[in-house]
Ligand binder design. Sequence first.
Ligand SMILES: Cc1ncc(COP(=O)(O)O)c(C=O)c1O
Length: 407
Amino acid sequence: MSLSNPVFIPGPTNLPDSIRRAIDLPTVDHRSPAFAASLPQLFDGLKQIVGTTTGKIFIFPGTGTGGWEATISNTLSRGDRVLACRHGVFSDKWIRMCQNFGLIVDVIDCDWRGPADPTQIEAILRADTGRQIKAVLATHNETATGVRSDLASIREAIDHAGSDALFFVDGVSSIASMDFQMDEWGIDAAVTGSQKGLMLPAGLSIVALSQKAREAGQNAGLPRFFFDCEIMGAMTDAGGFPYTPPMQLLAGLSHSLELLLNEGLDQVFSRHFKMAEGVRQATAAWGMDLCCQDLQFASDTVTTIMVPDGFDGDRLVAHAYDRYSMSFGVGLGQLAGQAFRIGHLGALSEAQALSGLAVIEMAMLDLGYPITGGSGVAAAQEWYRSAFSGHSVDASAADDSACEDVA
Ligand SMILES: Cc1ncc(COP(=O)(O)O)c(C=O)c1O
């Protein structure tokens, strides 16, 4: 195992050196005025990242899964009906969590090689004349499949059906990497974790709730304590936490927000698109298929690649790790063995991306994959030369040496 190679798993992502330095702190008093004074800029920064001016941000010690739990337990009651598409392991897991909490889930089983289906969402909401469905759940970016769902279309579907259901979104592998507009898309809850686009270690669960979701929470009966948003919100407004906060991670978050906002979110999204496109070009050059069948829905944070018949994606990932000390993602759920994943979100340079493509190419050649050696790397090189020409990835960080790490 090499700690100097970047990882190509879709989170936790590579830690920029400046973030590691920001986290490397002695113990800080979480009841000190200095800590209280540091909080407002975290919430302001996160509001920009999720695209809201009216929503309220809650930061919990936890992970994305905790964010799902905070969302449902703060807004719904046992026996409430919710509607969700299942199109990968993460959407499936959120559905199972809802069922465990005693919610009744209307599941739309979608093709895993495509996005959540707004047409079926609209049809089911239209048929719900008694307005029993209290919330629609969507996974923006299915990290298992590399397929991005169209949240604006799901919002339209909810509106066209005349439903007043809340709209909850898992943005764990999209927020801070791909365009995300909580207010514009009428999202009532947006969830993420620290270890993906925010380029931090795992340990923070971040939830944004709309005013409508918070009002629903006043009558919501699901039990909550650790993830009680209103208690958390009142405490952070007053400059503290209801329990011991992870101080070092919060210091890292402050630096991560500075990096992202200094770079500019449009530039962050465009950088992720360009990085992802290089991986897609490499895949095409290998003659292999993306899991995502319609390119307009291809994820810019993770690419899931189908392995040819007769090959085993798990074996490929294990070989790349054992032989070349580089980590890639295995196929998950029904894609186990049939696919592998290249994560390319967060801090990654073109040079690093090329190293990942070169390694997976070597691993495929070692295992007899029917590809031409160097073809994927060459295709990505050509793309990166043109895509980033005139705008080096770290140009936006020219006057802030810390930001070079983001590139
Ligand atoms: C889309 C998505 N949702 C939820 C999760 C769960 O997040 P966590 O592992 O931080 O609990 C993940 C983790 O990879 C994810 O990719």
